[in-house]
Design a protein around this ligand. Structure first.
Ligand code: R5P
Length: 288
């Protein structure tokens, strides 16, 4: 695969084929819909009936990030979107201090049986179980390389780090120093894609990841216009797209938001134009 910087990045055919199902080869970008939140948040807002929320969004997503259980319960197997299967878990919102205490929950054979196009796990840099989560990543990277399954590493922030930061917690982890550190560690372990949060000077995070594609999470629900600005800033800084959840499925018009996000990611739309797309869809759907 010819990738940034003129460097030839060697992957076997299956790996390349799966990557190209997720990252559109025509635009080099991706709109991934993240709906894996239940693995530690339970029936979170918007995903109690996951199928009802997600199925109408699938036509506009390039890939869906989801757990094995949610896939089997709520998604029709005739659906033809690539699955990025979350294979880590073991934590919950009931033990917020130990969010980083993750294990691998789904093995590679199961992922292959479910026709996963990629697998994903979280890495908690700076948290009590940092080493364990890096080990989880290393394990699935090694197995992924064996079977040609790419791995998306998610840089997750444990509760302890946030608590120690007090009111400055967000500043401690929403900066290029922390996110660059966490993302680069994932790259060094061999992740094929990295998902992280957007921050100022995001181009430095992208640069730190070399040829490995970087996508951004949306984070907590914010105003639609602000989420679209964030997506625009991220792709302008070199992100290959988004892996967004709450800012799509918790919107008052989820279809409008995913269409607007697509326009930014794949068509280089301006924020104003994308916001118009969202408003038009919202007006259309409320008039039904
Ligand atoms: C964590 O719960 C998951 O990895 C989510 O997929 C990730 O946080 C992205 O979702 P959101 O855009 O809602 O932050």
């Amino acid at each position: 695969m010819e990738v940034g910087g003129g460097v030839r990045y060697h992957m076997d055919w299956g790996m390349k084929n799966r990557m190209s199902r997720i990252i559109n080869p025509e635009t080099g970008r991706c709109v991934m819909l993240a709906v894996d939140h239940g693995y530690f948040q339970g029936p979170t807002t918007g995903l109690r009936n996951l199928g009802k929320t997600v199925n109408p969004l699938l036509p506009y997503a390039d890939a869906v990030m989801i757990t094995a259980g949610a896939l089997k319960n709520w998604i029709d197997p005739t659906m033809n979107k690539p699955v990025v299967l979350r294979v880590s878990g073991g934590n919950s919102m009931e033990l917020p201090d130990e969010l980083s205490d993750e294990i691998i929950t789904t093995n590679m054979e199961d992922a292959i049986r479910m026709n996963a196009s990629a697998v994903t796990c979280s890495v908690y840099v700076g948290s009590p179980h940092q080493r364990q989560t890096i080990e989880n990543l290393a394990k699935i990277v090694n197995e992924g390389n064996k079977y040609g399954i790419p791995v998306l590493a998610v840089t997750a922030v444990g509760r302890r780090l946030s608590q120690e930061g007090g009111k400055d917690a967000k500043d401690m982890v929403r900066n290029e120093r922390y996110l660059g550190l966490a993302s680069r560690i994932c790259v060094e372990v061999g992740a094929h894609m990295v998902k992280t949060y957007y921050c100022e000077e995001f181009e430095k995070v992208v640069e730190a990841c070399g040829n490995v594609p970087v996508v951004i999470a949306g984070g907590k629900k914010i105003d639609e216009i602000d989420a679209l600005k964030m997506a625009k800033n991220a792709v302008s800084a070199g992100a290959r797209g988004v892996d967004m959840g709450r800012n799509i499925f918790q919107s008052d018009c989820p279809v409008g938001m995913i269409k607007a996000t697509r326009a930014i990611v794949h068509d280089n739309a301006t924020v104003d134009h994308a916001y118009e797309i969202y408003l038009e869809e919202k007006a259309r759907s409320s008039g039904r």
